[in-house]
Each structure stands twice: as structure tokens, then as C-alpha cells.
Design a protein around this ligand. Sequence first.
Ligand SMILES: C[S@@+](CC[C@H](N)C(=O)[O-])C[C@H]1O[C@@H](n2cnc3c(N)ncnc32)[C@H](O)[C@@H]1O
Length: 213
Amino acid sequence: MAVFSWVMAQLYDKVMEGAEIKCLRDWRFALLSNVSGKVLEIGCGTGLNLDYYSNAVTHLILLEPDANMREKLQKKIVLKKKSNIKIEILDCNAESIPLLNNSCDVVISTLVLCSVDNQNKVLSEIYRILRSNGKFVFIEHTHANNNPKRLKWQRRLEPLWTMVTCGCHLIRPTKKAIINAGFLFSEITHQSIHGVPSIVRPSIKGVAIKQSN
Ligand SMILES: C[S@@+](CC[C@H](N)C(=O)[O-])C[C@H]1O[C@@H](n2cnc3c(N)ncnc32)[C@H](O)[C@@H]1O
């Protein structure tokens, strides 16, 4: 597992390059460039989102449990450090976030809810630490619930895929899980991620809001 994790961290940016050029860069820019205040990003990997945060972000907390990914992330932070943004790195899982209730304005998750051990626990932690009306901003690949043929292939390939990708799952009903956590969508788009295998294409992106207490 340690070897897979090291290989994944070394290859991640290269593997993602096609999809980044074809769509993900635009999606990241559209969703992230106008977030502001105290922002937590979970599972930030090598830091592909760092380019898109503006100076309206005052405090950026980057949570990443994988040491190999964190090493890449550290290097990108040094290269891209924006002077007036306070940046902090957390070495922990998003199932247990060491932040106070109602303490963040925005939480970001891009391509992470497919990989966490317990999606419902992570979403309840995100809900807990967001302030009322705080934003949960996401880009996530999901199960192909309106394409039975693709869903069948996702089910077939899930065990192998999960093994070679260090825990990424193909058939999670992520939209439903976000709703069940108590969020209301202010925007949601169902779209195909271009430049990735067809079993990973179905995705959702958008913003979900924590309801007022
Ligand atoms: C596919 S990568 C996505 C990286 C980045 N967010 C992006 O958009 O490119 C998934 C990331 O989630 C992290 N991850 C896996 N399990 C996690 C957990 N339980 N809590 C937080 N992050 C986790 C992995 O270490 C990895 O960096």
C-alpha cells in the first residue's frame, strides 16, 4: 500500500493532465476563484486547486492524510505562496476534522468523496465545521445512475479500480449523501469529465449550503 501511495503521488499530476486541460481546470477556476474568508480544503492531494484561490481567501487550511501527497503539496505551496493568505496544513483524515463547530466559511472537496473511508462521516464533519449558510463546494465523480450499461461496468471494475487507485470508488451515490447530510444545493451540474476512462466520467459539481441553525 505504501508503494502504491508513493507511485500515485509521483504520477498524479501527469495522469490528470488530459482531464485538467479538457475540463477540470475550467471547472476548478469557475468554482474556486470567488470563494472567500476561512476556507478548508479536504484531500487536497498535490495541490491542483492552489492556482485558483484569490486573495479574498484569508485563511486556507489544507487537509491531506497521505504523506507522499503532502510532500508534493508542500513544494507547490512554496512555489505558489500568495503573500496575504495564511496557509496551514492538517495531517489527518476528513472523518475527524480538528476544527471547531461553525468555524469555516467554505469547505472544498474535489475528487475526494470517492476515496474517503466513510463518506457520511466526512459530510457530517464538513456540515459541523461550516458556519450557517457556509458553502460546500464540490467536484466529484459518481455512479452512473442514469446509464445502466456504464453502471454495470463500474460495478464489475470497482474492486480492481479501488486497488490500483489507493481506495477510489466508482459507484458512490454522492449527490444523495450530500442531501442526507443536511445540505441544500444552490447549484449543481451533472457533467462528464473528459479525458478519463468512461467509468470515471459521470460527475457532479456545484455548491451546497449549510442551513441556518
Ligand atoms: C483523487 S485525489 C484528489 C486530489 C485533489 N483534491 C484534486 O482535486 O486533484 C484524492 C485525495 O483524497 C485523499 N484522501 C483519501 N482518503 C481521505 C480521507 N479519509 N480524508 C481526507 N482525504 C483523503 C487522498 O490522499 C488524495 O490526496
